[in-house]
Design a protein around this ligand. Structure first.
Ligand code: NDP
Length: 453
């Protein structure tokens, strides 16, 4: 028996912290979890889940247009943002309740307060109460970053506020070129908001395969989004109708709303990491080893606060391996080398493994298989939209190094493909798999001709 109040004190009740806490409790630990906002964390409360609901909402306009080619005639459809927000909030409340119930059922004590480390075994709550624990888990996630050097930045919103807008603007400027920027540009555009995306670099989605980057920009542009690359904001000024955006170079855009999606930073402010002696890197990310242990023997950190791969399923996996290691005597690390991921842009992207650029850096030779085609549905809808499938293969071992796709349901498809790639599948094994016809995914097992550029 320890003399501490708890065996585990978790700070942050997001996906990772909740999973780790529940598992530790199930292994017999006395666990408490602190959360200063809402139980469920970014993904459930103001991230993946409401975002995906918005993506569904925004797709119906296009679906209704596409239906005409299949014989459907509809009278003028209308959209109510208010209804969407109300229904979304109800679903988020339900999920929040499920998370609370699951923690309670597991016997985890919930502390709805900000918690700060006082030393490596003690946390002080906002109310002033202090609690001690043998092990401390930091799972505080990340928070939107906005560049403070842009004058008038206080007039911009982030994704946090986008989930609670009272009304939709007529026009929005989205700044950034990462996951959140392209997803929200698609959402707003699909909901009928005139949308401009400003990205400072030479192509959106840095770090993704080049073909997906260019392909998605082209498709977004076809859908009416004004995607401007090599474009950045000089300053923002509030005016009567919204915000006046002056670009570097002098051009001025008048818009109803500006949303910054320029990355996220680890949530370490006011956590007392210094007092506990926990080391962070230049970006504030808590430094951990393969078991998610910090430089302090009894303090661990998982999820976005460690800035490894900032994805919910990764945080959950890190939480599981932490609980197994510390509370079930089963040391487990997480393999971050192959992670399938989706961008819920319109069209969506799915990707796993190396990009072509990365593969060419690491391997002497890389075989590329590529197929670009119009999805069958659009032969009747008439929509000008392309699907892209790409396989990268190491010719020496025949192993699949990367799979990249753009097109309907790519997020669903890449999950299954991710299993094969994680298992080390070869191109010959893909080829030996009988196709499912007629699907877009059959391209993955029928591409025979190497791409020669
Ligand atoms: P990202 O890191 O993906 O992208 C940030 C973007 O902002 C980049 O395009 C970056 O440009 C640009 N940027 C950064 N600083 C500035 C600046 N000062 N001025 C102008 N532009 C700037 O961050 P996101 O906010 O999009 O998403 C955060 C993380 O959340 C993602 O990395 C991802 O891990 C996770 N996420 C995952 C989702 C999913 O799985 N579908 C969905 C949403 C988020 P540059 O390329 O030049 O650096």
């Amino acid at each position: 028996m320890t003399t501490y109040d708890y065996d585990l004190f978790t700070i942050g009740a997001g996906s990772g912290g909740v999973r780790a806490s529940r598992m530790a409790a199930q292994y017999g630990a006395r666990v408490a979890i602190a959360e200063e906002y809402r139980i469920g964390g970014t993904c459930v409360i103001r991230g993946c889940v409401p975002k995906k609901l918005f993506v569904y909402a925004s797709h119906f306009g296009e679906d209704m247009e596409d239906a005409a080619g299949f014989g459907w005639q509809m009278s003028q459809p209308s959209f109510s943002w208010e209804t969407l927000i109300r229904n979304k909030d109800r679903e988020i409340d339900r999920l929040n309740g499920v998370y609370i119930t699951n923690l309670e059922k597991a016997g985890v004590a919930i502390v709805n307060e900000h918690a700060e480390l006082v030393d490596n075994h003690t946390v002080r709550l906002a109310s002033g109460r202090t609690l001690t624990a043998a092990t401390i888990l930091i799972a505080t996630g990340a928070t939107p970053f906005v560049p403070a050097d842009v004058s008038g930045i206080e007039h911009a919103i982030t994704s946090n506020e986008a989930f609670h807008l009272e009304t939709l603007p007529n026009h929005i400027v989205v700044v950034g070129g990462g996951y959140i920027a392209v997803e929200f540009a698609g959402i707003f555009n699909g909901l009928g908001v005139k949308t401009t995306l400003l990205y400072r670099g030479d192509e959106i989605l840095r770090g993704f395969d080049e073909d997906l980057r260019t392909g998605l920009r082209e498709e977004m542009t076809k859908k009416g989004i004004d995607v401007r690359i090599g474009s950045d904001v000089e300053d923002l000024k509030k005016n009567k109708t919204g915000v006046k955006v002056t670009l570097k170079g002098g051009e001025v855009l008048e818009t109803g709303l500006v949303m910054y999606a320029t990355g996220r930073v680890p949530n370490v402010q006011g956590l007392g990491l210094e007092a506990a002696g926990v080391v962070v890197d230049k970006k504030g990310a808590v430094q951990v080893d393969g078991f998610s242990k910090t430089n302090v023997e009894n303090i661990y950190a998982i999820g976005d606060v460690t800035n490894r791969a900032n994805l919910t399923p990764v945080a959950i996996r890190e939480g599981v391996s932490f609980a197994e290691t510390v509370f079930n005597d089963n040391p487990l690390t997480v393999d971050h080398s192959i992670i399938a991921t989706a961008v819920f842009s319109q069209p969506p992207l799915g990707t796993v493994g190396l990009t072509e650029t990365e593969a060419r850096k690491r391997y002497e030779e890389v075989d590329v298989y590529k197929s670009r085609f119009r999805p069958m549905k659009h032969t009747l809808s008439g929509r000008d939209e392309q699907t892209l499938m790409k396989l990268l293969v190491d010719p020496k071992t025949d192993r699949i190094l990367g799979v990249h796709m753009m097109g309907p349901d790519s997020g669903e498809l890449i999950q299954a493909v991710g299993i094969a790639v994680t298992m080390g599948a070869t191109k010959a094994q893909f080829d030996a798999t009988i196709a499912v016809h007629p699907t877009a995914a059959e391209e993955l097992v029928t591409m025979r001709e190497k791409w020669t550029g």
